[in-house]
Write a protein that binds this ligand. Structure first.
Ligand code: NAD
Length: 459
């Protein structure tokens, strides 16, 4: 099929590359000329596992092309996807300017046989707004008049596993209001629907809400566990034991119940706010969503509070080493990353930051600029040089089994703040560290006598 995609970000680029991979003829359009030029040179503007090879391979076959020419892109596709950003507006609602601007552009050239699909995460009613914008442009430009076909096809890929998720999705949600659009989308997705039925066809409003419901549920799980972690700390329980204890109930399950430093990224924060806003616009106060957001904002400061307390609430002149900056592993995305909140608080308190992230350092530099209280280093251990403490913010695999002796020799004091609970507190105590996780009691370094006691009792 001939496919056009507007917006070449995480979603548009992955969608385009994956649809080309199964034989479609895809044109991806973006208003960012630098991005289009880079893609045409074979450079991928984001880090996403498996994406680079996929894009290059399909670009070489000619099945995947990049353009900044909207008119050409509209004429190309049987199906036109809108995959532009929908950031938070001032009042928390989804900013639909980019979506509706694409819709108006599409209205200039659209023909009756084409289908327009919103893939961006958009509030209920947006597909209808897209249809209305297209009709408006048609009226203004005197183009042929017909009722455009629109559909909703929200995207559920996860950054860090986006290609895998697109190629082997859990579900493909399509919101349609006519049989032709449904069969067109079913044909498009047939290659991804072989293993079992994954296509869930529904009305457009339900499809639009499904995406928000999914993200709201996931964000709620995170904030719930962070709330529990804070309770655990106060009552002397270990949230990791509690997590295992509750996860064994199949109604709860082990997925996505890790306490940590709060959720970030380009989706959860803005989608929770947008859904709460939608609810408010319809005279409903979404109390759970408001609490999820509030808990998350507080949680993003938890590591700072722990570091600050450890140093007697005086961080002036201290140097703190950070491992991990991206909002999660396997991405370079820094949007709403907890590391940004932590760094701001540390700087405000007069501390310096030395940081390492396997992929997100260029993006961090772009956001934070050159400043003397931020040093980005080329490898993890270099972050520890002259530092007073290590803070693990993002659980990249490379941080799970480090050389603790080396860490100890580099830090001025052997203390680790483990924002993702990736280390065993007892092991670290035996190695001579103070360890502070999330939702667990801080452990102190074992003294030599205690160590020998433990060793003796082990025999
Ligand atoms: N990133 C994710 O993990 C993810 C997952 C599922 C859904 N979504 C949703 O998908 C949408 C896109 O997200 P993203 O992360 O890919 O965004 P992004 O910011 O990475 O990319 C958006 C792209 O759209 C381009 N753009 C803006 N206006 C345009 C226009 N008028 N014409 C053409 N291109 C235009 C921008 O230049 C940018 O390259 C959002 O609604 C988001 O909520 C994102």
């Amino acid at each position: 099929m001939r496919i056009s995609i507007f917006g070449t970000g995480y979603v548009g680029l992955v969608t385009g590359a994956c649809l080309a991979e199964v034989g479609n003829d895809v044109v991806c359009m973006d208003i960012d000329q630098d991005k289009v030029d880079a893609l045409n040179r074979g450079e991928i503007p984001i880090f996403e596992p498996g994406l680079e090879g996929l894009v290059q391979r399909n670009a070489e076959t000619g099945r995947l092309r990049f353009s900044s020419d909207a008119a050409e892109t509209i004429r190309h596709g049987e199906i036109l996807f809108i995959a532009v950003g929908t950031p938070s507006d001032m009042d928390g609602s989804a900013d639909l300017r980019a979506v509706l601007s694409v819709a108006r552009t599409i209205g200039r050239e659209l023909t009756e046989s084409q289908l327009v699909v919103t893939k961006s995460t958009v509030p209920v009613g947006t597909a209808e707004k897209v249809r209305a914008s297209i009709i408006e442009t048609m009226a203004e430009t005197g183009a042929s008049r017909f009722t455009p076909r629109v559909a909703s096809n929200p995207e559920f890929l996860k950054e860090g596993a986006a290609v895998k998720d697109f190629m082997a999705p859990d579900r493909i949600v399509i919101g349609v209001d006519d049989p032709q659009s449904e069969s067109q989308l079913r044909r498009l997705y047939a290659p991804f629907n072989r293993n079992r039925e994954k296509i869930f066809s529904m009305d457009i409003a339900s499809a639009e809400l499904t995406k928000y419901a999914a993200n709201a549920m996931l964000a709620t799980k995170i904030s719930f566990m962070n709330e529990l972690a804070n309770i655990a700390e106060r009552v002397g329980a270990d949230i990791e034991r509690v997590r295992i204890g509750i996860g064994s109930d199949p109604r709860i399950g082990y997925h996505f119940i890790y306490p940590g430093v709060g959720y970030g990224g380009s989706c959860f924060p803005k989608d929770i706010r947008a859904l709460a806003r939608t609810a408010a616009d319809h005279d409903h106060q979404a109390r759970i969503l408001q609490a999820v957001e509030t808990v998350n904002q507080k949680q993003k400061l938890r590591l700072f509070e722990k570091v600050s307390l450890h140093f007697g609430n005086d961080l002036a002149g201290r140097t703190i080493a950070l491992w991990g900056l991206a909002f999660k592993p396997e991405t370079d995305d820094m949007r709403e990353a907890p590391a940004l909140v932590l760094m701001e608080a540390l700087w405000e308190a007069g501390a310096k930051v030395r940081a390492f992230d396997p992929k997100a350092m260029p993006e961090t530099r772009r956001i934070c600029g050159e400043r003397e209280d931020l040093t980005l280093v080329a490898e993890p251990y270099a972050a520890l040089e002259g530092a007073d403490a290590l803070v693990v913010v993002t659980e990249w695999k490379a941080f799970w089994s480090p050389d603790f002796e080396r860490i100890k020799s580099l830090l001025s004091e052997p203390v680790i703040f483990d924002g993702r609970n990736i280390y065993d507190p007892q092991d670290l105590a035996l190695l001579g560290f103070r360890h502070e996780g999330i939702g667990r009691r801080a452990t102190l370094p074992e003294t030599a006598a205690e160590k020998s006691g433990i060793a003796a009792s082990g025999h």
